[in-house]
Design a protein around this ligand. Structure first.
Ligand code: GLU
Length: 317
């Protein structure tokens, strides 16, 4: 496996632009929908290293709201894997499924402020028709129910994106401007009553005091909605750093077969070295065969996000 899009840069502790900063709280927020694979290890290790090199805290939150997608036993397996990779977290694990009261409070706040509306459009209606409305994260909602649900029956709740443009100063990806029109109104409560990821994540990041969100670039479009929700709820916006995501050669989403290859804790040191090389961290050859804690020790001391700056995708062979 080889990184193809980024150029190698030699990192040293002295050129690490981020001095230790104990005011940092980061997090890794996996969905318990299967084993960790190389792509999710990259996200976990990236957020861990970014936190630890700044003397920060690193929390783990299980995003287990969507019960239909959860695989039994996968949360426990993810946690065991993180431990065996030496990715030790601080404090207690939060489970979103136990935090509904907080989300409902936030939802009530948005409703009271007139920032939401009920929407009767089903997924089937939304996916039929005009392909020009394709947005970064599926289709852009055309606003059909903005002045009231069009059909009787169950509704979802949508948040109105009325904010013009929102600019994200991403630590790794530079300045990115989202326009409300290119995102569209987003579901914050699904038709089945489940609180949607976009709302849960901003509530949790605020309540957990997250200062730094470090995650995959596949979530960049979501960040536009999340910044708008933070604004509407009067919540602080954390710093963001979006890591590259692994793709097939040619840039297509990593095939399911590859994503389903679980990383092997017995080879934790070697798997971490692969991730570091993909991120152009240039680990020395002397680390070959070293156990995970030693690889992580080197990586914390030499963490250099500049080596993958502006890289959103890394093709794996
Ligand atoms: N649970 C999301 C996922 O596994 C990540 C959410 C986040 O980091 O904000 O893709």
């Amino acid at each position: 496996m080889k990184s193809s899009t980024a150029t190698a840069t030699t990192a040293t502790a002295s050129n690490n632009p981020y001095p230790p900063d104990s005011g940092y709280t980061g997090r890794f927020a996996p969905s318990p929908t299967g084993s960790l694979h190389l792509g999710s290890l990259l996200a976990a290790a990236g957020s861990f290293l970014d936190a630890r090199c700044r003397g920060g805290r690193w929390l783990v939150r299980m995003e287990d709201l969507d019960s239909a997608r959860i695989i039994r036993g996968s949360a426990e397996e993810i946690l065991r894997t993180l431990e065996r990779f030496g990715l030790h977290w601080d404090g207690a694990i939060e489970y979103q499924s136990r935090r509904t009261t907080h989300y409902l409070e936030a939802l009530a706040g948005l409703r009271a402020a007139g920032a939401t509306y009920e929407c009767s459009c089903s997924r089937r209606v939304l996916t039929a028709g005009d392909a020009r409305l394709a947005g970064p994260d599926g289709r852009i909602y055309p606003g059909t129910c903005r002045s009231g649900p069009r059909r009787p029956g169950p509704t979802s709740t949508r948040f109105r994106m009325d904010g013009g443009t929102i600019t994200l100063e991403d630590r790794f990806q530079g300045s990115i401007t989202f326009s409300s029109g290119s995102l569209g109104d987003v579901v914050v409560r699904r038709r089945d009553g489940v609180i949607a990821y976009q709302l849960a994540v901003v509530v949790d990041d605020a309540l957990q005091g997250i200062t730094d969100v470090v995650r995959g670039s596949d979530l960049l479009a979501s960040t536009g909605w999340q910044l708008a929700l933070q604004r509407a709820l009067g919540l602080p916006t954390p710093r963001h750093g979006h890591l590259p995501v692994l793709t097939e050669p040619g840039g297509a989403k990593l095939a399911k077969s590859r994503r389903s290859v679980a990383i092997e804790p017995a080879h934790a040191g070697a798997e971490l070295l692969t991730v570091l090389r993909l991120l152009n961290q240039a680990p020395p050859a002397a680390l070959c065969g070293a156990p995970a804690p030693e690889v992580l020790g080197w990586a914390i001391a030499h963490w250099n996000p500049g080596a993958f700056r502006l890289t959103r995708q890394i093709e794996v062979k």
